[in-house]
Design a protein around this ligand. Structure first.
Ligand code: NAP
Length: 491
C-alpha cells in the first residue's frame, strides 16, 4: 500500500510497515505504511495549496464528482463487500448493507449541491445589509474507526469535499485497506490532485502532529471517547473546529405492554449487528418486571441459535482483533465474579482449522446485573450484555440516563403517552421507538455527554463543514458619519 499525497501514490519515508491481521483467522492480512511527520506535512501542504481552486470550482461541479464516485462504487461493489468481509470480518449481509450505506451517503451528500443557503439580514441603518453565508473551513482532517470502515469514510469525505474543503484521511490501523479502496474511487471520479490525501499509521504516533497542525481548520473523528478527549486537548493549539462522534452505551428498554416479538427482533439486531461493535449497539437491557422472565427466556433461546463463525456463511462474525476479544472476555470474567446469572454464551465457539485462531465469541447474556456494574457503565463493544428489571417509569428514566454516554437508545411500548414522555426524558441524541436503527442519512447523528460534540448526517451535519461568515455592506453611497472620528481630523 502507498500513501496519496498531492495526487500521487507514493512510498512513505518510513520503510517499516505495520501489520494488519485477518480477524477470522488471526493470519497476516497485509502490510501498510507508517507515515512519518514529513509525509503528513506534505499531505497537509498539498491540501492547503489545492483548497482555493477546489472551492472555486463550485458546488455543482464538486457534487458531480461525488455522484461519479457513487457510480464507480456501485459498479465494483462486490470488491468492497469482499474487503469488508476479509479485513473487518463482516457477515455477507453486513458487508452488503454497509456497501448500500456508502452508496446512499454519497447520493445524499451530492444532492446538497444546490441546497447550501445563507441569509441576508437588515443592517442597523438604511442601505446596509449583513450577508451571512457559509464557507468551507479549508483543510479538514478525517480520522475514521474500524467498525464501519467504509461507511464512516464516506460519511466524512462526501460532505467535506462537497462543501469545498480539502481533506487528509487517516483511517483506523485496523482497516486501512477498505479506506484506501474508497479513496481510489474518489480519485478515479476526478478529485483534483492535492484535494484528497491519504495517510496511514498509528494514531498514537502521528495523531497529535496532525491534529495540532496550524494549517488544519477542522478535525472530524469517529472513535473512542479517550481518543476524542485527547484530540480536543491537542486541538486547542490551533482552535480547529471539532466534530467528535464517540462512544455509546445504549439502553434497550422494554415496557410491559411491548410487542415482545418485535422487541426481540430489534434487540437481536441492536446488540449483535456487527458482533456488538457498533456505537449504537444495545449495551444495557432494561425489562419491566411483569415481562422480565418471559422476555429473557425468549432472548436466551434466540441467542443460543445464532451461528457464529466464518462470516461468509454465519450469522455473526469475529471481533476485530485480539485485544477486542480479550476485553470481551474480561467483561465476562468480571460479570461471573460478581455473581450475575449467565443465561447463555460466556465463551468462545468451538471452531475448527484456521477459524480456531479467529477472534470469535458467542452471544452472551447475563441477568440480574447491577446498575453500577462495569458491564452497565463501560462500553463493552462486543457480543455481551447484561439485563435488569425495573418497576416504573421513573426508575427506567433514572437508570437509562445514568451513563456517561448519550448516543442511541431504544424503547418498546404500545403506550403513546410513554412514548412521548420517554422521548422527552431520555437524554440521548437518538431515541428509536418500536424500531431498530441504524441512523438514516437525513437524520442528525449526535450524542449527549461523553459521546462527543457536533454531529453527522442531515443538513445540520453538512453545515458542520461550513463556517458562517458575515459580510457587512453599506451601499448608500453617502459619506460615513462616525461619532468617534471628528470631522476636523480629515481637514
Ligand atoms: P479509536 O481507537 O479511538 O480510533 C479512532 C481513530 O482515531 C483511528 O483512526 C485511530 O487511529 C485514531 N487515533 C487514535 N489515537 C489518536 C490520536 N492520539 N490522535 C489522533 N487520532 C488518533 O476508536 P476505534 O477503536 O477505531 O473505534 C471504536 C470506538 O468508536 C468505539 O468507542 C465506538 O463507540 C466509537 N464509534 C462511535 C461512532 C459514533 O458515531 N458516535 C461510530 C462508530 C464508532 P489508529 O487506529 O491508528 O489508532
Amino acid at each position: 500500500m502507498k500513501l496519496l499525497i498531492n495526487g500521487e501514490w507514493v512510498k512513505s519515508g518510513n520503510e517499516n510497515e505495520l501489520n494488519k491481521y485477518n480477524p477470522s483467522t488471526g493470519n497476516l492480512y497485509g502490510k501498510f505504511p507508517a507515515a512519518t511527520k514529513d509525509d503528513v506535512n506534505s499531505a497537509i501542504d498539498a491540501a492547503e495549496e489545492s483548497f482555493e481552486k477546489w472551492y472555486s470550482t463550485g458546488s455543482v461541479a464538486r457534487s458531480k464528482i461525488i455522484y461519479k464516485t457513487k457510480e464507480l462504487i456501485e459498479k465494483s461493489r462486490s470488491e468492497l463487500e469482499k474487503l469488508l468481509q476479509d479485513e473487518n470480518g463482516k457477515t455477507t449481509i453486513e458487508a452488503r448493507q454497509e456497501t448500500d450505506g456508502v452508496i446512499d451517503q454519497l447520493q445524499y451528500y451530492a444532492e446538497f449541491a444546490r441546497k447550501i443557503t445563507g441569509e441576508i439580514v437588515e443592517g442597523d441603518t438604511p442601505s446596509r445589509k449583513i450577508f451571512q453565508y457559509k464557507v468551507p473551513y479549508g483543510v479538514v482532517v478525517a480520522l475514521t474507526p474500524w467498525n464501519f470502515p467504509a461507511a464512516m469514510v464516506a460519511r466524512k469525505l462526501a460532505p467535506a469535499l462537497m462543501t469545498g474543503n480539502s481533506v487528509i484521511l487517516k483511517p483506523s490501523s485496523d482497516t486501512p485497506f477498505t479506506a484506501e479502496w474508497i479513496v481510489r474511487k474518489f480519485m478515479e471520479a476526478g478529485v483534483p490532485k492535492g484535494v484528497l490525501n491519504f495517510v496511514t499509521g498509528k494514531g498514537s504516533e502521528i495523531g497529535d502532529f496532525i491534529v495540532e497542525h496550524r494549517k488544519v481548520g477542522l478535525v472530524t473523528m469517529t472513535g473512542s471517547t479517550s481518543t476524542g478527549q485527547r484530540i480536543m486537548s491537542k486541538a486547542s493549539s490551533n482552535m480547529a473546529k471539532l466534530v467528535l462522534e464517540l462512544g455509546g452505551k445504549a439502553p434497550f428498554m422494554v415496557w410491559k405492554d411491548a410487542d415482545l416479538k418485535n422487541a426481540l427482533r430489534a434487540f437481536i439486531w441492536a446488540k449483535f449487528w456487527n458482533t456488538g461493535q457498533s456505537c449504537i449497539a444495545a449495551e444495557r437491557l432494561y425489562v419491566h418486571s411483569d415481562v422480565y422472565d418471559k422476555f429473557l427466556g425468549m432472548v436466551s433461546n434466540a441467542l443460543s441459535k445464532i451461528k457464529v463463525g466464518d462470516p461468509r456463511n454465519s450469522d455473526m462474525g469475529p471481533l476485530i482483533n485480539k485485544s477486542a476479544l480479550e476485553t470481551t472476555e474480561k467483561f465476562v470474567t468480571d460479570a461471573k465474579e460478581k455473581g450475575y446469572r449467565l443465561l447463555t454464551g460466556g465463551d468462545k465457539p468451538p471452531l475448527q482449522g484456521d477459524l480456531s485462531n479467529g477472534y470469535f465469541y458467542r452471544p452472551t447474556l447475563f441477568a440480574g446485573v447491577d446498575q453500577k456494574s462495569e458491564i452497565f457503565q463501560e462500553e463493552v463493544f462486543g457480543p455481551v450484555i447484561g439485563a435488569m428489571d425495573f418497576e416504573n417509569e421513573e426508575d427506567l428514566y433514572r437508570y437509562a440516563n445514568d451513563s456517561k454516554y448519550g448516543l442511541a437508545s431504544y424503547l418498546f411500548t404500545s403506550d403513546p403517552n410513554i412514548i412521548y414522555r420517554a422521548s422527552e426524558r431520555i437524554r440521548f441524541g437518538e431515541v428509536y421507538v418500536n424500531m431498530p436503527g441504524p441512523e438514516s442519512s437525513q437524520g442528525y447523528h449526535t450524542g449527549f455527554r461523553l459521546t462527543g460534540q457536533a454531529g453527522e448526517g442531515s443538513k445540520f451535519g453538512i453545515e458542520e463543514y461550513l463556517h458562517l461568515k458575515n459580510v457587512y455592506v453599506d451601499y448608500s453611497g453617502n459619506q460615513l458619519k462616525i461619532e468617534t472620528v471628528r470631522e476636523d481630523l480629515l481637514q
